[in-house]
Design a binder for this molecule. Sequence first.
Ligand SMILES: [Zn+2]
Ligand SMILES: [Zn+2]
Length: 181
Amino acid sequence: MSPPCCNGIVHFNHYSDEGALLAAALVDRRLTSPADVARLAAEHDVLLERTPTPSDVAGLIEWQAALTEVVDAATDAARVAALNRLLARGTSHPSISTHDGTRPHVHFRPDGVSVTRQLAAITAFGLAWFLTQRGLHRFARCAAGDCTSTFADVTRNGRQRYCSTRCANRSAVRRHRARLA
Ligand SMILES: [Zn+2]
Ligand SMILES: [Zn+2]
């Protein structure tokens, strides 16, 4: 387990998985207050550089729509186009930061930005890197008929179909009953 960090990672090779997992959680999260934003960041070990504000709630709700375009893209080409829009909106040129006495590490946005921009940079770069390295299909909706949750498939074989073990089990039971009927 890595300690909390402003990028949700300490080692670069963790960046993509963590950024993609945060992106999946953010798509589905109902954000109604700054406390919701703080909780989501804490769950993903992201050390926020600022305290979330009501304008971050509004900004991240807009960002959810941009992430949703990636999940729901119908073709690989549409998915790549949606990822490029995320990168254009959510990141700026990389730079090395040593804020708060941290060891030098790369940011994809300037120092001292809003929580919205911090989380946008992590999820845009994280998703783009993860999906191009591991497979564009690995950001998807749950295959259970009654669940639309989003997941980032960080499994070794990349064949995850359900958001959770609970949905996988429920669907297996349903298929079993259908066979017996
Ligand atoms: Zn940092
Ligand atoms: Zn599900």
